[in-house]
Design a protein around this ligand. Structure first.
Ligand SMILES: Nc1ncnc2c1ncn2[C@@H]1O[C@H](COP(=O)(O)OP(=O)(O)OP(=O)(O)O)[C@@H](O)[C@H]1O
Ligand SMILES: [Mg+2]
Length: 118
């Protein structure tokens, strides 16, 4: 199993959700996060107050898939859906996951993350 994390622009949230639904990805977690990328660390002033204007609100998606083929598909559709071509479009990370369990059925591994009849 592989976990994919994607940090995208807030206003791309719906596009990314739709793109994942279009390829039949069902399990999605998302968070509101703050972050910065490579244009880091400069300080700005808002009404005389010093603020770190480079920590910007972003949306983080987490998706766990069962195969490398799905990993590639998910990364590809997120990249396309979140793209504007300007700095701050975001990042996609993926890594190996040890385990998963569907609480209701105690299914583990790939079975736990696949769609299931009731
Ligand atoms: N190395 C990293 N580790 C963890 N989170 C990161 C990393 N790089 C970027 N992020 C997250 O992704 C968000 C968007 O990053 P951003 O798109 O600005 O990356 P970038 O490398 O600066 O690319 P760009 O030059 O296109 O802006 C950041 O706000 C942060 O939440
Ligand atoms: Mg950046």
């Amino acid at each position: 199993m592989i976990k994919i994390e994607a940090i995208v622009r807030e206003d791309k949230t719906e596009d990314v959700k739709q793109a994942l639904q279009d390829i039949n990805v069902h399990g999605i977690t998302l968070y509101q996060v703050m972050g910065c990328g490579t244009q880091k660390g400069y300080v700005g002033y808002v009404r005389g107050q010093e603020v770190d204007i480079n920590m910007l609100p972003k949306i983080k998606f987490e998706i766990v898939v069962s195969t490398e083929e799905w990993e590639q598909k998910v990364i590809d559709v997120i990249q396309k859906a979140a793209y504007t071509g300007t700095p701050g479009d975001g990042k996609i990370f993926s890594y190996d996951m040890r385990t998963a369990m569907r609480i209701r059925t105690r299914e583990t591994g790939a079975e736990a993350i696949q769609p299931r009849r009731q």
